[in-house]
Design a binder for this molecule. Structure first.
Ligand SMILES: [Zn+2]
Length: 329
């Protein structure tokens, strides 16, 4: 009996240890008491060419000068000193787990980096200056202030743009998979399915409604998002079922950098972004194989009527189901 008790204790201690290691692996938020105002892989038409939003945005309550903190212990890898580039003043860190994190649109860097930046600006003027740190000379502690919020680069309002990248910076990841989401400011959110595009025609979504399609199989796009306060945020995962069979499945958790300027692989051409309007229509069909399309077997189902169920999930743990019918006509 004693041996059993001992074993139980050992197992309990071990699982506690595992849990604490797992939670220690989560990154802290770069902005205290903040919430997310834009998510990973949203459509962007700012800059020279349409692209994916390659990170998430944290609110700094529209203020400049809010401290931006290292999400994990690591080393300084790069400073980008450039007011005009898309990211403005940017810091890149590398962590012990091998990932890199990027913090953009800063108004200024932390004291030592700001001194270096001032020196380089005196020397090179307003040219784009990129400082790479090849060795582990500048250590950064978890939670250390690495800069201050701003709107340098292509930011309309002050906020913190945050990214997680692979060490070689060839793959970008959804930062929500790395961050301690429990530290986010609690806010009301809801997943909405707003509109459906069938054969180029837009309809408002009505539960269990019939929509007509042409062609050998339905090619549809859906406008769906997470509503958070006044913001519309991009979703993370869409599953489409025909009569209960999974026929299309996208997961937006990572993206090879070579797809950065190919947002129309995911978004319908009706997708729109202006200063005040954001409408992201996700295509629920693809002719090519794409990294974020996990299941694509729509063309294997030939019918004149499809009973469609969509399951939409976001990166915050919300999920919602929708149903409608597609009728050939
Ligand atoms: Zn951003």
């Amino acid at each position: 009996m004693k041996a059993f008790k001992y074993l139980f204790l050992r197992v309990t201690l071990l699982s506690l240890l595992v849990i604490s290691v797992l939670s220690a692996a989560l990154y802290q938020l770069p902005v205290d008491n903040s919430y997310v105002t834009a998510t990973f892989l949203e459509f962007r038409s700012t800059g020279k060419t349409p692209h994916f939003h390659s990170g998430i945005d944290f609110s700094t309550f529209l203020k400049e000068g809010i401290p931006i903190k290292a999400v994990e212990e690591g080393y300084l890898r790069r400073l980008e000193i450039d007011l005009n580039d898309i990211y403005g003043y940017t810091v890149v860190l590398e962590h012990l787990d091998g990932y890199r994190t990027l913090y953009a649109h800063l108004s200024k860097f932390s004291d030592n980096a700001e001194k270096l930046a001032n020196m380089l600006r005196d020397e090179f003027g307003s040219k784009r200056i990129v400082v790479e740190f090849l060795s582990n000379d500048v250590k950064v502690a978890k939670g250390e202030v690495i800069g201050y919020s701003g709107k340098t680069g292509e930011a309309a309002q002050a906020h913190c743009h945050f990214e997680v990248r692979s060490k070689d910076e060839k793959i970008i990841y959804d930062p929500l998979d790395f961050l301690d989401k429990g530290a986010l400011k609690p806010v009301q959110m809801q997943i909405i399915l707003k509109r459906i595009v069938v054969d180029g025609v837009e309809y408002d979504y009505v539960e269990n409604a019939n929509y007509k399609f042409k062609g050998s199989y339905p090619k549809i796009a859906v406008e769906t998002y997470t509503e958070l306060a006044k913001n519309l945020l991009g979703v993370k995962e869409i599953k489409m079922y025909f009569s209960g069979n999974l026929v299309y499945h996208i997961i937006l958790d990572r993206l090879p950098m070579e797809y950065w300027e190919k947002p129309y692989n995911l978004y319908n051409e009706k997708t729109l972004m202006t200063a005040i309007i954001y409408r992201g229509y996700y295509n629920l069909y693809a002719e090519d194989s794409l990294p974020f399309v996990k299941v694509n077997s729509i063309d294997k189902y030939s019918s004149s009527t499809y009973s469609v169920q969509l399951e939409v999930s976001d990166g915050f743990g919300n999920s919602r189901k929708f149903s409608f019918n597609l009728v050939r006509g």
